[in-house]
Design a protein around this ligand. Structure first.
Ligand SMILES: Cc1ncc(COP(=O)(O)O)c(C=O)c1O
Length: 469
């Protein structure tokens, strides 16, 4: 149980004083703004006397971060105003040096790839496991991790858990213990698990398994504003000064007070979430699932995270289901070829949500979907592998690239990363040598209508490769 909300309370007091603004931001408490929500800009202030400084916190921000630290039982926890993106960049900058070799889950977020490029790291990619129930890529297998460790001298490992769909990494405790026994620092991108550990009914955070540093997007599942995130230092292996140095370099020098206040609020919300709240949430959720599954054609799949629901409609893609749901004003978190992902509100006791209206909308969507042409979603050819790119991202920066016919690309170094959905795991990453198997898989996926992310020219049968390789 935590009582105070130091940043929220101070902002309310400050606003009530109706101070005169001769300072930034230029909207002057919303006066010059034409936004319909300009009233709320009265709380959008800056580092004024009494409002502390995120980059050198001593009062309200220090107190709020201290409460976050206590709630998570960490060495030190921080508010981030540039999302898990800045948390991921910081955790790599603070733990690795240029030229270090690190293990990375092949389907990690682009902020990890960006950190690898910016720092000049040498990545070893491990393809994650595939979960047949949710049809999603999950975690790396410990046997592959051991193989990679035996072949290379590794400084750190970056894991993503849970995945977007709320599926947890397998054997996380064993993986972390193995890494620590072998002097490998464990960095966890827990962007989708900021609510973990709120009560014993939620999955445990990787912090509880001893991960050294963990980043969470508070804005994804807790009631924080977009871009609000947390970074937790959880072991003596992490140099706290370095973390603070990089947070200072990488985050805005004008951090948003509305975002910081929302982080204070989200921290308080989670710290005070009770078993009774969870019981209430579970009852409402079960009723919602029962109503959904009573609709003809709808299939619901639950995952490790109680806040995530996967919804499918027999014989149509997740994209088609998403289109019909949006016509009913129902916006899912995402769609893939198999399903849509619903992110449920983490309701507390007596809170309500429009589940009954939503069921009416899903019913109407399903009546439209009944007339769609039915097909079976494709399954993908899936390989477990450890790969080392021929060139690291930094080595590739100055090298010229060109498009060649997809078959001529075999044996050349890819200058672009190709990520098909499904399964959302890159087939080739920039810097890797393109193999015959990769090319065959790309062709097969194009034929079955898989969607490839990014600006590629695969539909013209062209692939981007490095010129001299
Ligand atoms: C696994 C993962 N890590 C990091 C991020 C970046 O998070 P943020 O949007 O908070 O910067 C995302 C965003 O979707 C993500 O899915």
């Amino acid at each position: 149980m935590q009582i105070n909300k130091p940043i929220v309370d101070k902002l309310i007091m400050f606003e009530e004083q109706k101070n005169y603004s001769f300072h930034v931001p230029g909207h002057k408490h919303g006066l010059l703004s034409t936004l319909p929500w300009k009233e709320s800009l009265t709380y959008d202030v800056t580092e004024l006397t009494g409002l502390d400084d995120l980059h050198s916190p001593e009062t309200i921000i220090a107190q709020a971060q201290q409460l976050l630290t206590q709630d998570n039982n960490t060495i030190s926890s921080y508010f981030l105003v540039n999302g898990s993106t800045v948390g991921n960049l910081t955790m790599l900058y603070a733990t690795c040096n240029a030229g270090d070799t690190i293990i990375v889950q092949r389907n990690c977020h682009k902020s990890i790839f960006n950190a690898i490029s910016l720092i000049g790291l040498k990545p070893i990619y491990i393809t994650p496991e595939w979960d047949e129930v949710t049809n999603t890529a999950t975690s790396i297998n410990i046997t592959l991790l051991k193989e990679a460790h035996e072949a290379f001298s590794i400084t750190a490992i970056v894991l993503t858990t849970p995945n977007y769909y709320g599926v947890l990494a397998n054997e996380l405790r064993e993986v972390i213990t193995y890494c620590h026994t072998n002097n490998i620092i464990v960095l966890i991108d827990e962007a989708h698990g900021a609510h973990f550990g709120a009560t014993a009914a939620f999955p445990k955070s990787a912090l509880a398994y001893g991960a050294d540093i963990v980043v969470q997007s508070a804005h994804k599942t807790l009631p924080a504003m977009t871009m609000g995130a947390f970074l937790h230092i959880n072991s003596e292996r992490i140099n706290q000064k370095k973390v603070e140095l990089y947070l200072g370099m990488l985050q805005s020098s004008s951090p948003s007070y509305p975002i910081m206040a929302s982080l204070d609020d989200a921290r308080h919300f989670k710290a005070n979430y009770t078993d009774e709240d969870f019981l209430y949430f579970t009852k409402i959720k079960s009723k919602f699932i029962a109503s959904l599954t009573a609709i003809k054609g709808i299939l619901v799949i639950t995952t490790d995270d109680p806040l995530k629901l996967l919804v499918r409609y027999e014989g149509v893609t997740g994209f088609e289901l998403q289109t019909e749901l949006e016509k009913q004003k129902i916006y899912a978190e995402l769609a893939d070829i198999y399903q849509v992902l619903l992110l449920l509100p983490m309701l507390k006791n007596a809170m309500t949500f429009q589940f009954e209206e939503i069921i009416v909308g899903v019913q109407l969507a399903s009546e439209k979907l009944a007339h769609y042409l039915k097909s079976t979603p494709p399954t993908t050819n899936y390989h477990k592998a450890i790969t080392q790119p021929k060139f690291s991202p930094i080595e590739m920066e100055e090298k010229p690239a060109c498009y060649v016919n997809i078959y001529e690309g075999i044996g050349k170094v890819a200058a672009e990363t190709l990520v098909p959905y499904p399964p959302g795991i890159p087939i080739c990453l920039a810097g890797e040598v393109i193999t015959k198997e990769m090319t065959k898989e790309i062709i097969m996926l194009l034929e079955i209508g898989a969607y490839f992310q990014g600006n590629h020219r695969l539909n013209e049968k062209l692939i981007c490769v490095m010129k001299e390789a």
